[in-house]
Design a protein around this ligand. Sequence first.
Ligand SMILES: [Zn+2]
Length: 244
Amino acid sequence: MSVPQNKTSSIGYPNLGNSLHLNRFQKSNRPNFRYTSVMAQQPKPSTQSPALNRLIDQLSTLPGVGRRSAERIAFHLLKNPQDQTVQLADAIRDFAVNLKICNQCGNATDTDPCPICSDESRDHQTILVVEKPSDIVQLETTGQYTGVYHVLMGRLSPLDGIGPGELNFEGLIQRVKKQKVREVILGMHPTSEGDGTALYLADQLSKQGVHLTRLARGLPVGASLDSVSKAVLGDAVHGRRRID
Ligand SMILES: [Zn+2]
């Protein structure tokens, strides 16, 4: 796919002369333009490799990767040994082809249902709701939770157009109805959007007669009172625990 003519890359072909790799593109794709005064006023046609443009276009779609970052990654890959770049491409292809979404909890998995949902020794009457699969990885490293999970695949964010219909809410409500769930733990991140998502879910689940809890918030281990924000300190006071 080539870049539209009015979107010529800021690091287009004329700046690429110092690299042996880039000279490859120069030799094969260099157009023979003769600039007239009229042409000089028009947008420059892309002189960059179509394959390079395609990679940059695709990398730019990743979260947190803008056009310039995508170009940096692409040129880093260009300098890499070819077999390393092919291994990366193979890993992405394997991920895209083989990774599944667990039809019970929404976790990313090689098997469906996922190993956690398949584990009979876990407490299937307790569901910890998280925003994304990586939250499960973090929680599992603690070794403190023995229930199962439910992945929303995001959080409510009206400004970004993410409403209840875009998240895996319905699957959770159906599980609560069908699986005799005793407790739902809301494990959203402590952000305004995470709080909004937790409030919405609490309202939806309140009709199901299930015990609702939320992960504790407050002072991090090792913190001193004068180094944490007022919000964290307020949460710590509100969520204080009895010393047994
Ligand atoms: Zn699962």
